[in-house]
Design a protein around this ligand. Sequence first.
Ligand SMILES: Cc1cc2nc3c(=O)[nH]c(=O)nc-3n(C[C@H](O)[C@H](O)[C@H](O)COP(=O)(O)OP(=O)(O)OC[C@H]3O[C@@H](n4cnc5c(N)ncnc54)[C@H](O)[C@@H]3O)c2cc1C
Length: 506
Amino acid sequence: MLRFMRGMSSTEKVDLVFVGAGIMSATLATLVKALDPSLTINVYERLGDMAQESSNAWNNAGTGHTALCELNYTPAKPDGSIDIWKAIKINEHFEQSKQFWSYLVREGVLPDPGAFIHPMSHMSFVRGAADVAYLKKRHLALCTSPLFSNMHYSEDRGRLTEWAPLTMEGRESPEPVAATHSKFGSDVDFGSLTRGLLENMSKQEGFRVCLQHQVEHLERIQGGWLVRIKDLVTKEDKEVRTQFVFLGAGGYALPLLQKSGIPEGHGFGGFPVSGMWLRCDKPELAVRHRAKVYGKAGPSAPPMSVPHLDTRVIDGQTSLLFGPFAGFSTRYLKSGSLLDFPASLRPNNLMPMISAGAQNVPLTQYLIGQVMQSKHDRMEALREYMPLARDDDWRIQQAGQRVQVIKKCPRRGGILQFGTELVTAEDGSIAAMLGASPGASTAVSIMIELVEQCFDQRLAKGWQSRLREMVPSHRQSLNDDLALLKHVRQQSNELLGLRQHSYVAA
Ligand SMILES: Cc1cc2nc3c(=O)[nH]c(=O)nc-3n(C[C@H](O)[C@H](O)[C@H](O)COP(=O)(O)OP(=O)(O)OC[C@H]3O[C@@H](n4cnc5c(N)ncnc54)[C@H](O)[C@@H]3O)c2cc1C
């Protein structure tokens, strides 16, 4: 280790090193600096600006995931009943994000919530008798939880036209249709939020974002890590010693985790899925659609490919977005290399990768089908949600790259999963954030989980009560505590400029 350090210019020392200037690093940095302002943190970002990969507004859908509209969070069980467990967890996690953001608004850290969050109706829309029956049951099941109060269900075409006129106009087929509607959803510009958080932090003592700096190597040393970085402008090699490293590198978290060599990272692989949207910037259309309308994923489609027609509010402009259309690219980041996927193959993840591949042949076929689509095919898919959509009003917009987690499974060799996975070393000195869904919406609860796993001694010394000040529902179930739910929602919705709930049965 000493041999490695000799011959390098000078070795800087900081308490914490974060790789990547996306929403995860920005959230973690804001949290830990609020818990202990004396900590020194360096964030290294390989690109020329913050939030240019998945956290960029155009690279994701900006849905504040609450399960108000996403049908993949409420699967039907074999007996036909609806499992709402995941929906409850995701809704509670987004409430935690709202509490933290509203705390930051109150503290003047994020003075203008309108720069990153807007109230937006969330709708689920289905066609055909089987899906209508499913949606009706889903609505009834969700209504048993106070988290989903004020969600309305209808099969009436007139009502559906009021909720989403562009989805109903020109819909001539007599097939049954149904929708649920909640006006308590949101559209979030995670790029603007990331920049707001990091720019504010940069004003603080002991915090730096180093752009165009690529983390190339990690080596364990006594008391922490030696991180090797390349300045991509001057080509200079730099080193920094630190007690803790966070790999918030999006799709590149996996290769960096592999470089760290920690045993907890063995057996993980990544399956890259690229994405594409159809985008419309016509104000006369955008003004007539104020909702996120989610449908049902087609057979073999991965859950994150659920089609949806969304209003997006980005940099003060309102646009419509439809998609995502999935695709396959061997890159792990939009700005990555075609060699990313093959370079991630290791003896310890080969079997899980092969086994997960063999179990997901229909998914591969689905992705090939998606890649082969023309703009005409994509417009036809859009017309299922907006029958009168005209080709000239829409253009293709490249979305972000997701790397789905493949992990060892004793029973099946390997499994492909669509959620997020936080991998931490046993001594808590390094953590990696893998996967993408539900992603940015739940950044606060995921980063709190990281703090609990990696900073447990400091938590014992008083961080826990400070965490509770910033996120009052931390470690509490909002689903089981109506008084707390009403209190936290009232406060955060007011500070974030969102609509207030009334808790009257739908
Ligand atoms: C198509 C799509 C739709 C989505 N929709 C939603 C949605 O509606 N709602 C939602 O909540 N979430 C959504 N997500 C998920 C969400 O965007 C991600 O979970 C989130 O942005 C991940 O943030 P991050 O900070 O981990 O990664 P990123 O934002 O990708 O940031 C990682 C950063 O690390 C940098 N980096 C990588 N390697 C290095 C290195 N070696 N050295 C220095 N820097 C490095 C990269 O350049 C990048 O800037 C979506 C994602 C996609 C792709």
